[in-house]
Design a protein around this ligand. Structure first.
Ligand code: PLP
Length: 404
């Protein structure tokens, strides 16, 4: 029979966080081996539980949640999101500016599909959370990566952004706090990016899904709050701040000058209605999450579980000869640098596969984050210290002997 091929729209699409190395990990698991998954930022699987009140509300409201909701999401949930941003001093937000989605993932797809024509360019950080790049390709656009500078705590290089703006550039994506680097962007840096967006008429898409996962008294600035006059699309949700990734609830907020974007908004509304609505029962968790005392502070402050794990993994990685790592200011990942010459590494995906085979630890190779050299990997520091300690000892042992 004639082979059925996948769509050519997928030709450039990569999502290596759940990529080919994962298939090998599954085979090992099927053969009875225990794999330590340091590849996916899924807090619940490491015993980080969502606040109880969120669960109670979902359970209580379940009987009422059998039908579709408004396609942008439940009114009460959107009011809670609106008030949350109003409290962050973003005054000019209305309920109709908020779209709830089945995770931020669905909203990233909608926001790009509604915008891009073939060949339109979108500036995306390198390294990035790869869904952004993949979705731009799927939507017919061209991702153009701008450099985040490891020497400067992974801050975006403004000069590089400037040099990559062309007549085809439609938008700039920020991931702040950043996955995979853990960088949180300064006010100054955000204002400079906003200035460029204004000069060149670009939409700013700001993925702030980790905006409460902050260490060492780092303050998070939302670019929408710094520049309430500019058209900005801000994303956040329940997956990370509230440890409820399985609820599949994210939101997207439009703010600033909307006079020139009515056609784009029409496109967003069309896509929102085509997917009917987001998961209804779990929308009932939003008001509880944002309204009450559901803080993550006791996890991220010194002495808190996530803080202790970050601190341990950061130090342990830097203690490995040939590995160096920037201290994260936010999120739940470390993105260490590998001394390529020392280990003679040419292929970082092969390195990750070798680690999996030898130590049954699963990481993601740096190029999976649209980083162009094979000299990084990403590690998730969500496991308890009892698991992280032996894992980092195994990693140290692996690098002690590794040569490609
Ligand atoms: N944006 C970033 C930066 C992420 O790291 C993730 C998930 O890891 C997402 C978006 C997707 O999140 P959601 O679970 O809301 O789809």
């Amino acid at each position: 029979m004639k082979p059925i091929k996948k769509s050519s729209k997928l030709n450039n699409v990569c999502y290596d966080i759940r990529g080919p190395v994962l298939d090998y990990a599954k085979q090992l698991e099927a053969a009875g081996h225990k794999i330590l998954n340091l590849n996916v930022g899924n807090p619940a699987t490491f015993g980080f539980e969502a606040p109880d009140d969120m669960l109670k509300d979902v359970i209580k409201q379940l009987p009422k949640a059998q039908g579709y909701s408004d396609s942008q999401g439940l009114y009460s949930a959107r009011v809670a999101i609106m008030q949350y941003y109003q409290q962050k001093s973003l005054k000019d937000v209305r309920v109709e500016d908020i779209y709830i989605g089945n995770g931020v993932s669905e909203l990233i797809a909608m926001s790009m599909q509604a915008l891009l024509d073939n060949g339109d360019e979108v500036l995306i950080p390198s390294p990035d959370y790869p869904l952004w790049t993949a979705t731009v390709y799927l939507s017919g656009g061209k991702p153009v990566h701008y450099l985040c500078d490891e020497e400067k705590n992974w801050a975006p290089s403004i000069d590089d952004i400037k040099s990559k703006i062309t007549k085809n550039t439609k938008a700039i994506v920020l991931i702040n706090p950043n996955n995979p680097t853990g960088a949180v962007y300064s006010k100054q840096c955000l204002l400079e990016i906003a200035e460029l967006a204004e000069q060149h008429g670009l939409i700013i898409f700001s993925d702030e899904i980790y905006d409460k996962v902050l260490y060492d008294k780092t303050i998070h600035h939302s670019i929408a709050v710094l520049r309430p006059d500019l058209f900005v699309v801000t994303f956040s949700g329940l997956s990370k701040n509230y440890r409820a990734a399985g609820f599949r609830i994210g939101w997207m907020l439009l703010s600033g000058n909307r006079t020139h974007v009515s056609d784009y908004i029409e496109g967003l509304n069309m896509l929102a209605s085509m997917r009917l609505c987001p998961n209804v029962p779990c929308q009932y968790a939003i008001q509880q999450a944002l309204g009450g005392y559901q803080s993550i502070d006791d996890l991220v402050e010194p002495g808190g579980r996530l803080y202790k794990q970050m601190e341990f993994a950061y130090k342990a990685l830097n203690d490995i000869d040939g590995i160096s790592c920037t201290r994260p200011q936010g999120a739940m990942y470390l993105f260490p640098k590998i001394d390529l010459e020392k280990f003679n590494i040419k292929d970082d995906e092969l390195m990750v596969l070798d680690l999996l085979k030898q130590k049954h630890i699963l990481l993601v190779h740096g190029r999976g984050f649209n980083w162009d050299k094979p000299d990084h990997f990403r590690l998730v520091f969500l496991p308890h210290l009892e698991e992280l300690k032996p894992a980092l000892a195994d990693l140290a042992d692996f690098f002690k002997h590794y040569k490609q």
